[in-house]
Write a protein that binds this ligand. Structure first.
Ligand SMILES: Cc1ncc(COP(=O)(O)O)c(C=O)c1O
Length: 400
């Protein structure tokens, strides 16, 4: 008897329905492949929304986690532990920044960035007390806290969670004039995803990110790049900003930083920015814990080899080539960079959800977003043959 139906029923019975998962019950995984409780195998084309950039259970990361589990797992930041300095140093060097502030989830990194930018605004820039504002983009996704959903433009994410945190100005994504016009003397930061992941892997027009960098520098405003989903190899570079030669004032990192093993996030910035925080002004019990640091240091070392960025760039060309060939054959549009793609399915054929269900039946797991869009973000360890397999399954469901 199959175990999946009962496991799906039990999960629905005992959890709040804040997700609508595909009816697949995973029990183990390795590399780019998942196996469910009934022994069926699936090619993972979501990779935990990029939290699994190095694949499931990468041997180096698992080894680092095991070794650390056997020695020390938690101290709190009340004490210093022996994994902390190496992690902060190596991540700071990867980012080309002076300092790192470790947290746990992506939303916490974003909250940290907002707090640091506000404090920098009052203490360094000299904005009017209580009046700091941050410019953000329409279609943004930065997490789920009450402050972050306050400036979401997605009604599902925002409605009925008010009262909302003030201090954010929303402008259209990709429109430099609108962004420049929104900046006033109390603007402390521009907070953007260099590619909007949840919105459907939306790449801004060429020149936009350098333009944002220029405007921020001219206006003495911090450019905060939320690279939580776009960063750490996903687009074929360490950071998506790199494709346009842009260096933000602050990187927000998460997801893949934890190697798919532990939640690890971080803010990286120079001392003139992160230095505004003093003891007692920000923190987290679990942020920068020994297990997190041990795994994340190994993540940074994997990235320092450049191998994963290269794979993403090269294999991404193959993926995008295969997907572009399906435009007009069931796909309306394909966007993205590296091993990251947003596909718009012809709505006359099926919804994004239906497409994901049909892919699942063919052993490929992906996730829909916003009606008729599917995101593909396979682990960067995926092979050419596996990419061709995923594209062939997509072609098959579009042709059916
Ligand atoms: C760009 C971006 N920022 C922030 C977050 C929030 O991360 P977390 O879910 O770890 O809080 C996400 C999650 O999808 C994201 O894509």
């Amino acid at each position: 008897m199959l175990r999946t139906p009962g496991a799906v029923r039990d999960a629905e019975r005992w959890t709040a329905h804040n997700y609508h998962p595909l009816p697949v019950v995973v029990s183990c995984a390795e590399g780019a492949w998942l196996t469910d409780v009934d022994g069926r195998r699936y090619l993972d084309c979501l990779a935990g929304y990029s939290a699994l950039n190095f694949g499931h259970r990468h041997p180096k990361l698992i080894e680092a986690a095991h070794a650390q589990l056997d020695r020390l797992t938690l101290t709190s930041r009340a004490f210093i532990h022996d994994q902390f300095a190496d992690f902060c140093k190596e991540l700071a060097e990867l980012c080309g920044k002076d300092l790192v502030l470790p947290m746990n989830t992506g939303a916490e990194a974003v909250e940290t960035g907002i707090k640091v930018a506000r404090k920098w605004g009052y203490q360094v820039k000299g904005v009017t007390p209580g009046q700091a504002n941050i410019v953000v983009a329409e279609g943004n996704f930065h997490g789920r806290t009450t402050t972050i959903v306050s400036f979401s433009t997605d009604e599902d994410a925002r409605a009925d969670f008010g009262p909302y945190t003030p201090g954010f100005t929303v402008v259209p994504y990709g429109d430099l004039d609108a962004l420049a016009a929104a900046i006033d003397e109390n603007t402390v930061a521009v907070l953007l995803e260099p590619i909007q992941g949840e919105q459907g892997v939306v790449v801004p027009p060429e020149g936009y990110l350098p333009g944002v960098r220029r405007v921020c520098t001219e206006q003495n405003v911090l450019f905060i790049a939320d690279e939580i989903q776009s960063g750490l190899g996903r687009t074929g570079a360490t950071f998506a900003c790199e494709h346009e030669g842009v260096v933000p004032d602050m990187y927000l990192l998460g997801k893949a930083l934890g190697g798919g093993i532990v939640p690890v996030s971080a803010v990286a910035a120079n001392a003139d920015v992160l230095g505004v925080l003093k003891p007692g002004q920000h923190g987290s019990t679990f942020g920068g814990n020994p297990l997190a640091c041990a795994v994340a240091t190994e993540v940074v070392r994997l990235l320092a080899t450049g191998e994963f960025q290269r794979r993403s760039a090269e294999l991404g060309e193959r993926l995008h080539g295969g997907l572009q060939a399906l435009v007009g054959k069931g796909l309306v549009a394909v966007r993205g960079r590296g091993l990251w793609a947003g596909l718009d399915i012809d709505p006359a054929l099926m919804t994004g959800r239906q497409a994901c269900e049909r892919l699942m039946e063919r052993g490929v797991l992906a996730k829909d977003t916003h009606g008729s869009t599917i995101r593909l973000a396979p682990p960067l360890v995926i092979t050419e043959e596996e990419i061709d397999h995923a594209v062939a399954q997509l072609a098959a469901i579009l042709a059916a």
